[in-house]
Design a protein around this ligand. Structure first.
Ligand code: HEM
Ligand SMILES: *[C@@H]1O[C@H](CO)[C@@H](O)[C@H](O)[C@H]1NC(C)=O
Length: 474
């Protein structure tokens, strides 16, 4: 062996032994290992996860709630154990997101709420803190317009409508707050912006998924998608800066207006805006599309929901009526439970740390986790745990919410802890509002597609088969 090579091997072995030693001292034992068909790169586990979320749930039922795997050369922990999930997402000192997300996204949006940890994350989260007050997140007139717009895309003769209409609605709707809704130039090219933005998100997602292999994605294509989104946003940001003086009064208003009140750095404003748009743009439409998908397969629940909505929610819904518990909320919870918009939350350990459980033959010992280990927490599997959600947890049954009361560290479709969703209240209110309007208008709903839900993972997870349903006014 040549000297540098042997010292490398020696170094590696020492490092390994060192880790074993500390692990042992702390009573840690390793979790079960995924048994690979591809033992070198571990592609079968990683790609299986990426192209079929339900496959992780199967792995969990085979290996237990916590198991180890790898991707390329990186070690990974997979867990759906509530105690471990709490340890991973409950704090942000030991676990972070930047190592995982920033390299794939920095070209598009630099450091911001979604891509950073520590002071950069605190700064970004702080910028938005005041913008998520109830009074600022629901704009019934805008929602009303957007819902009417949606209806104009739904043929009321019972022919199939595809979920792009819903997407358009909410893409457009969430955007209308990042710019002036009266701005016709914005509406003029909003369609192409939405397309560019989706391409950009797709490339970010792909680059994150590929990890070290992200160089395989053609740089030219990536930059082109990023650039066209940038140009569109820059136009509106510049516009907002030039109107700054006239709108400097209240702290309500659009996201961009809120940001330019706090900073003069236009690129920072753009980066922050992109990160918020990413968090906001597709999520609500995916939730709505999943809800309608499920209801179209359960027409009796549609009838009951419609009855309840008509009798309890005023024609012009109020925040209070939309927030009140009942079948509508249970239906949305059930959709979030079965098809979480974020079925996996990933983190990377920033320091050497431990997970409380899942190690050793008993599966109860703590696990030692060296710095730089990726952990995927699997909400998809967690939300289908029959011990928590009752029997037939794979089935859509909103009534189960009358009897179960899962801990908020267990049912957390909006995440939990310091990095939990900033738009949770907004998402629930907007989804409820649109469901109320649809339920009032349409007496019947029919599925036009008997294929199962097919998880399609990008940054969020949607049904790759779309949502093909027919709605009938009578
Ligand atoms: C059904 C709709 C939505 C779901 C299920 C959802 C879910 C989530 C989840 C699980 C996280 C945590 C991510 C993590 O811990 O890594 C998150 C973060 C976030 N969400 Fe949402 N979200 C939704 C809609 C929205 C909307 C409409 C907005 C904004 C208007 C929004 C803004 C954010 C932001 C800014 C973060 C990042 C927080 C941080 O990292 O500090 N979300 N969301
Ligand atoms: C903003 O994003 C660009 C990429 O578009 C990046 O180069 C830059 O460093 C980011 N700036 C900040 C302040 O994060």
């Amino acid at each position: 062996m040549s000297p540098p090579f042997s010292s490398l091997v020696l170094g590696g072995v020492t490092c390994l032994l060192y880790y074993r030693l500390i692990a042992h001292q702390q009573g840690c034992e390793p979790p079960p290992n995924f048994r690979y068909k591809d033992p070198i790169f571990g592609l079968d586990c990683a790609l299986g996860t990426q192209f079929g979320i339900p496959s992780i749930a199967r792995h969990h039922s085979r290996y237990g709630k916590t198991f180890a795997s790898k991707f390329i050369l990186d070690a990974q922990i997979n867990t759906c154990d509530p105690q471990n999930i709490k340890a991973i997402i409950g704090g942000n000192k030991e676990w972070g997101v930047a190592p995982l997300r920033l390299p794939g996204m920095d070209l598009f949006c630099g450091e911001g709420t979604i891509t950073s940890d520590g002071p950069a994350w605190e700064h970004s989260r702080g910028l938005f803190k005041n913008m998520f007050r109830t009074s600022n997140i629901v704009h019934f007139p805008i929602l009303n317009l957007a819902t009417n717009e949606l209806f104009s895309h739904i043929p009321i003769d019972g022919s199939t409508f595809i979920h792009t209409a819903t997407q358009f609605l909410l893409g457009f709707n969430s955007l209308s707050r990042s710019g002036d809704p009266q701005n016709s130039r914005m509406y003029g090219d909003i369609g192409s912006f939405v397309r560019d933005f989706h391409d950009a998100m797709f490339y970010c997602g792909l680059r994150i998924i590929l990890g070290r292999l992200r160089i395989l994605v053609p740089r030219m294509k990536v930059e082109k998608a990023f650039k066209s989104s940038h140009e569109f946003l820059d136009f509106h940001i510049n516009e907002a800066f030039s109107e700054k003086i006239s709108t400097a009064s209240a702290d309500d208003g659009s996201l961009v207006q809120g940001l330019i009140r706090q900073t003069d750095d236009r690129i920072d404003v753009r980066n922050q805006t992109i990160q918020n748009l990413m968090a906001a743009s597709d999520t609500i439409s995916i939730l709505l599309s999943n809800t309608i998908f499920l209801l179209s397969r359960n027409p009796e629940i549609w009838k009951e929901l419609r009855r309840e909505i008509i009798s309890t929610i005023p024609q012009a819904p109020t925040v209070e009526s939309l927030n009140s518990p009942g079948l509508l909320r249970n239906v949305l919870f059930e959709a979030l439970r079965l098809y979480p918009v974020f079925p996996l939350l990933g983190r990377t350990s920033l320091v050497d740390t431990k997970l409380p459980t899942g190690g050793g033959p008993s599966g109860n010992s703590p696990i030692f986790v060296p710095a730089g280990t990726r952990a995927d927490t699997c909400f998809y599997a967690l939300f289908r745990d029959e011990a928590i959600f009752g029997p037939n947890a794979d089935e859509f049954n909103p009534k189960r919410w009358d009897t179960i009361k899962p801990d908020s560290w267990i049912f957390m479709p909006f995440g939990r802890g310091p990095r939990s969703c900033m738009g949770k209240e907004k998402a629930m209110l907007e989804a409820s509002y649109v469901m109320v309007r649809i339920a009032r208008k349409f007496e019947r709903i029919e599925s036009r597609d008997d294929r199962d839900y097919r998880a399609e993972m990008k940054l969020t997870c949607r049904n790759g088969n779309g949502c093909k349903v027919a709605l009938f006014e009578k």
